[in-house]
Design a protein around this ligand. Structure first.
Ligand SMILES: [Cu+2]
Length: 511
C-alpha cells in the first residue's frame, strides 16, 4: 500500500480561521435532509462527428433553498448554478453565449485552453442584456474538471454569489479507458462547494454580506443543496470537487477517518493517485477523489465534513463488490524543459481588505503588466507577503495556461499538486515557483481567486505574444462598463455599487 497522508499540508497558522471576520459553517436546522442535486448535462443544440454546438444561457431564476419563499438567483440554463457542459478533446466547439439577465455578464472558461481575451471570457468580453455572442474553438487538452463562471469587473463576486458558476468536463480517450469510476450521476459525481447567507424573505443580500477580504456564508450549499445526502450504489465513487466559494477554504475529511485517493486536480488526472485522509481545497481549485466504500455494509452512513461541520451524508446501499485497485499509474503529464537562463516573472500579492494589489498596483483593464512568448516555458514566482499571523492564503489563478508547480519557498510542492494546475494557493510569507507554458496568444488575466480580492484589484494581465505575428488588442475600459451597469440598473452612474469599487475608492485608485 502507498503512503497515506494525514495532513492538510498547510500550516495551521495560515488558514482562514485566523482572520477576525471568519465564520464557521453551520448545519441549517430549517431544512430536512434532501437528495444531493446532480446538475443535468447540457444537451448540445446539434452535433456531428467533428463539431458540437451549444447554447449557454445566463438567466434569472427562483430556487427553493429554504422552506417557504424561494430565493432569486442566477444560473446557466438553470435557476441556480447550471447544467454540466461536456467537451470532448479534439472536437470543434461552437457556443452561443446568451445573456438573458438584466445586467451585463461575461462567460469565463476557467482552465480551458482557448485564446484571450474574448473567447477566454474575462472582463474584455461583456455580453450585454438581451444579446448573444458567439465563440468557436477546438478542444486541445487532456480530460479534466473545469468550470464556467461570470468574470465582469468589478462584479465577478456578486454574479457568482447569485449563482453564475457551473462545471465543465473535458473527456478524452485515454481517461475513458482507465479503470476509474466514470458514469456521470452514478459513480462520477460533481460536488460544487459554496457557502451562503439568507436574509429577509430567504433572499441573498450580497451587499449586506460583502467583505473586502472575501464574503463568507454560514450555510453550506453542495450543488445548491442544503443538508444533502447521496445514495452510494457502487463500491467506488469519484467526486469531482470544485471550490466555487467566493472566499472559503474547505478542509474535507470523512467520518471514521476514511482514506481516499486523490486522482486529479485542476488540469486533469495526476500521474499517480495520492492516498489521504484530509484535503484542503482553496477557491477555484478542483480536486478529483475516489472513495472506496468496500468496508461498509448496506445501511451504513459515511459523513463528509469540512472542519467540524457535516456537509454531505453518504448512504450506503447494496453494491456489487469489486476487488480492483486503482491503477498505480494514471496518465503521463508533459513536463516542458527549462534552462539555466529561463526567464523568471515576479508576482507579489500584497495587502489585505481594500489595499490588495499585485506588484503594488491595482488592476487596470487598459494596462498590460507582463508578457510571455507563446509556446515558451518560463518561471513565475508568486509571492504572498502577508504576515504569517493574521495573513491569508491567496489562491493565485492564471488564465491561458495549465502550469506545473516547482517549489514552495524552495521546498518540494505538496504531493497532490504535482499535476497540471491553473490555481495555486500561496501561503502568507511564501513564494511558490510555477512553470508556465502558454499555448495560445492573447491577453489574459492573472489574479487572486478570492473573488472580492480580484474585484478589489488584486489582479493583473499579461500578453502571450507571437513575435512573428504581433497583434493589437482593443481592450475594454471601466467607463464603458460603468455606463452600461448604470443604464441596466436604471440609476445614475454615481449610485452604482459593485463590490470591488470600494477598494479603488478607499485607496484613491482609478479603476
Ligand atoms: Cu487574495
Amino acid at each position: 500500500m502507498s503512503k497515506i497522508y494525514d495532513s492538510y499540508f498547510y500550516n495551521i497558522k495560515d488558514i482562514d480561521r485566523t482572520d477576525g471576520a471568519y465564520k464557521e459553517l453551520e448545519v441549517n436546522q430549517e431544512v430536512p435532509a434532501q437528495k444531493l442535486k446532480i446538475p443535468e448535462l447540457l444537451k448540445p443544440d446539434n452535433q456531428t462527428e467533428t463539431d458540437t454546438f451549444y447554447t449557454v444561457e445566463a438567466r434569472t431564476g427562483e430556487t427553493q433553498f429554504l422552506p417557504d419563499k424561494k430565493t432569486k438567483t442566477f444560473g446557466y440554463n438553470a435557476n441556480y448554478l447550471g447544467k454540466t457542459i461536456v467537451f470532448e478533446n479534439g472536437k470543434n466547439i461552437h457556443i452561443n453565449l446568451k445573456n438573458s439577465l438584466p445586467i451585463l455578464t461575461t462567460f469565463h472558461w476557467h482552465g480551458l485552453n482557448v485564446s484571450g481575451p474574448i473567447i477566454d471570457g474575462g472582463c474584455h468580453a461583456p455580453v450585454y442584456p438581451g444579446e448573444t455572442n458567439h465563440i468557436d474553438f477546438t478542444v486541445d487538452q487532456p480530460a479534466a474538471t473545469l468550470w464556467l463562471h461570470a468574470h465582469p469587473c468589478p462584479a465577478t463576486a456578486q454574479e457568482v454569489w447569485k449563482g453564475l458558476a457551473t462545471m465543465v468536463l473535458i473527456k478524452d480517450k485515454i481517461t475513458d479507458q482507465l479503470p476509474i469510476p466514470k458514469e456521470y450521476g452514478i459513480d462520477d459525481i460533481p460536488l460544487i462547494l459554496q457557502d451562503r447567507n439568507f436574509h429577509e424573505d430567504n433572499q441573498f443580500n450580497y451587499r449586506k454580506d460583502y467583505d473586502p477580504d472575501g464574503t463568507l456564508g454560514t450555510v453550506p450549499l453542495i450543488n445548491g443543496t442544503i443538508n444533502p445526502y447521496f445514495e452510494v450504489k457502487t463500491q467506488k465513487v469519484r467526486f469531482r470537487i470544485l471550490n466555487g466559494s467566493n472566499r472559503r477554504e474547505w478542509r474535507l475529511h470523512f467520518s471514521d477517518d476514511l482514506t481516499f485517493a486523490q486522482i486529479g486536480s485542476d488540469g486533469g488526472l495526476l500521474e499517480e493517485p495520492v492516498y489521504m485522509k484530509k484535503l484542503m481545497i482553496t477557491c477555484a481549485e478542483r480536486d478529483e477523489v475516489v472513495v472506496d466504500f468496500g468496508n461498509y455494509q448496506p445501511g451504513d452512513q459515511v459523513i463528509l465534513y469540512s472542519d467540524k461541520t457535516p456537509i454531505l451524508t453518504l448512504k450506503i446501499h447494496n453494491f456489487k463488490k469489486d476487488s480492483d485497485n486503482l491503477p498505480d499509474h494514471l496518465v503521463d503529464i508533459v513536463d516542458h524543459p527549462v534552462t539555466e537562463n529561463t526567464k523568471i516573472h515576479e508576482v507579489l500579492m500584497s495587502g489585505m481588505d481594500e489595499t490588495v494589489a499585485i506588484n503594488g498596483k491595482k488592476f487596470n483593464m487598459q494596462r498590460i503588466d507582463d508578457r510571455q512568448q507563446v509556446g515558451n516555458t518560463e518561471y513565475w514566482d508568486i509571492t504572498n507577503n502577508n504576515e504569517v499571523d493574521g495573513g491569508m492564503i491567496h489562491p493565485y489563478h492564471m488564465h491561458g495556461t495549465l502550469f506545473k508547480v516547482v517549489s514552495r519557498n524552495g521546498k518540494a510542492p505538496y504531493p497532490n499538486e504535482l499535476g497540471l494546475k491553473d490555481t495555486i494557493s500561496v501561503n502568507p510569507n511564501e513564494t511558490v515557483r510555477i512553470k508556465v507554458t502558454c499555448p495560445k496568444t492573447g491577453v489574459y488575466m492573472n489574479h487572486c481567486h478570492i473573488l472580492e480580492h480580484e474585484d478589489g484589484g488584486m489582479m493583473a494581465q499579461f500578453e502571450v505574444f507571437d513575435p512573428n505575428h504581433p497583434k493589437e488588442y482593443r481592450l475594454m475600459d471601466m467607463n464603458t462598463l460603468m455606463q452600461a451597469f448604470a443604464k441596466e440598473l436604471k440609476i445614475p452612474e454615481s449610485e452604482v455599487w459593485l463590490g470591488g469599487m470600494d477598494s479603488y475608492e478607499k485607496t484613491n485608485t482609478e479603476m
